[in-house]
Design a protein around this ligand. Structure first.
Ligand code: ATP
Length: 225
């Protein structure tokens, strides 16, 4: 087979509008805690479920590229961004694309925060996602992960599929693994608000991202530029 890489591959999708340090900590800590070979960032093209990102996909991709420059163990999948103009992007299709690239056996794990996981039932063809990849759910302040009485379809899936990091390498897909990361109450929404008010975002985003924001004059107003 061609060079598909070895070990568990983490897939980290997000709007990244802009990429901030909690995203980077999630990726680093996922790699360490879950024993991932690599984390692939997937900037969202044209997300179907939320309002259009404030910032053009090319800018959001450029910020991810600058933040990750030369960092070993991280890569970027640009497929969603490249298709952004033509149609909405769906995670299930992104995973199908990754599955074709990586082959049927390589363990894939979608990385996401507990806020995003809680909304999973709204995702296009959501039940098929577990046939394509594992899910690893990072703690996020203000969004406690609950396994309640199992009275929603997602809670039933969670209860049935719950595993720990060691399970990820044992199968290509199908487990849901919660994991704790350093609590950082940082959101892209709050960063955009600060910047629109003329306040500093230094140390909330990597310096390379701040330089990009300043030189391209993005986030100067509440609704983009
Ligand atoms: P917004 O405020 O615009 O919704 P965001 O800060 O949540 O943005 P996204 O790009 O939407 O950023 O998030 C990408 C992924 O990163 C999601 O799975 C989200 O749950 C996770 N994430 C973002 N911020 C944090 C955080 N502070 N702690 C843990 N996970 C986070």
């Amino acid at each position: 087979m061609s060079d598909v890489g070895a070990g568990v591959l983490g897939l980290f999708g997000g709007t990244f509008d802009p990429l901030h340090i909690a995203h980077l900590r999630l990726a680093i800590e996922a790699r360490e805690t879950l024993g991932l070979a690599e984390v692939c960032f997937i900037p969202a093209g044209n997300p179907a479920l939320r309002e259009a990102p404030q910032t053009a996909a090319v800018h959001r991709l450029a910020m991810v590229e600058r933040a990750l420059a030369d960092a070993p163990g991280f890569s970027i999948d640009t497929a969603e961004v490249l298709n952004a103009a033509s149609r909405p992007s769906y995670t299930v299709e992104t995973l199908e694309h990754q599955r074709r690239l990586q082959g049927p056996q390589r363990p894939l794990v979608v990385l996401l925060g507990s806020d995003a996981f809680a909304r999973l039932e709204a995702w296009h063809r959501w039940r098929e996602l577990f046939d394509l990849a594992h899910f690893a759910v990072a703690t996020r302040p203000g969004h406690e992960l609950t396994v309640g009485a199992g009275d929603t379809a997602l809670e039933r899936e969670f209860a049935a599929r719950r595993g720990d990091p060691a399970d990820l390498a044992k199968a290509p897909a199908g487990r849901i693994v919660p994991f704790a990361i350093t609590a950082l109450e940082i959101s892209a929404t709050a960063i955009r608000k600060r910047l629109a008010q003329g306040l500093s975002a230094r140390y909330l985003v990597p310096d390379a991202v701040l330089d990009y924001i300043e030189s391209h004059q993005i986030y100067r107003t509440p609704h983009g530029h």
